[in-house]
Design a protein around this ligand. Sequence first.
Ligand SMILES: *Cc1c(COP(=O)(O)O)cnc(C)c1O
Length: 401
Amino acid sequence: MRLPSDQDATGRFLGVEELDRLRAVIDSGVLTATKGVQTPELEARVGAITGHRSVVACSSGTAAIHAAIAACDPEPGDEIVTTSITDMGALTPILFQGAIPVFADVDARTGMVTAESVRAAMSERTRAVIVTHLFGLPAPVDAIVDAVAGSDAMVIEDCAQAFLTQRAGRQVGTFGSMACFSTQQGKHVTSGEGGLIASDDDRLARRARMFVNKAWPYGEADPDHEFLALNYRTTELQSAVANAQFDKLDAAVRQRRATVTRFLERLGALPGVSVPALEAGDVATWWKVPILVDREVVPGGPVALAAALAEHGVASAPRYIRKPAFECALFRDQRTFGSSRWPFTLARPDALDYSPGRFPGTYEYLERVLVVPWNERYDDGHAEAIARVVRDAVHELAGAS
Ligand SMILES: *Cc1c(COP(=O)(O)O)cnc(C)c1O
């Protein structure tokens, strides 16, 4: 089977709409976002889509997370509660901003943090909680916002994998103080690289905008470089592509939902396999499809199943990430600036306690998850064929035991 891939044209809808806008940018000669028209249009468009008053476009999802942390302006050594299962680009900006990532454990069924695990990870030094919506499924951000209320911490939602996802009937990204998005090659919409910060808080939005612009307040009277900041700007070329792509987001999400629904229907109940459960009011937009494989029932677990699927041309990723973030050399050996280990040197010892016993949900989830890639070029035929391959492989492995 040859499946469409989001890493090339087979799995993306890129075409004349993107080219027309790119040509207009080239013809205008204005490639910088600071003087262009595509970038303001993109920011307004994403504001309308996500329901936010302010949107700031930037160079990547990583830059968006960094700008959100900078907008929150932690003191060195302050803590940001985050998750052990995420993209490294959601973690390194915390350290660059002098703050300490504190890992909350995840629910072994969802791979996402919970109100309980977030609360357990918080201290009087917590300035923000990053809630990551994995695979286009919603984290319990409503309960997390309630759990955080009354503390000094703000909630930042990482929606890089969760365009148009809903929790309890409401779009994710609208629960916290800021939401971050990515338009990297493999996300729901792509401009190659790109990021967005969305907020309804004018002060936070201004700080985020300043942060991606060397802290220069374009358009304001008596401007000055007001604080330490970087150039994380996008370009008119990226924004042109992103504008055309966002026009296609609704259709892409509709297609993903329809084909994943078909896949899950055809998969049916399988011994040792569970599929994501959605609560009432939740809407998944399926960046990828995570299934859980019980090695007691399916010998070899996700690794054996992935190998069996690969024989039929169906790629999949056991574990999603090779190891919990805190096991990476960056955290294990505290490799940061020279040999200083800063800002880890400022941390409470408890914030750096990565003992496996503190993360049972993380280890269990990574042992059980198998991530099936998906994109909007999959049709019902693909969905049915993948379901058939998975069913046959599970039955064969389970039967062989
Ligand atoms: C992709 C991703 C990021 C980083 O985005 P980039 O555009 O690749 O820098 C951050 N968080 C999550 C959850 C992601 O999936």
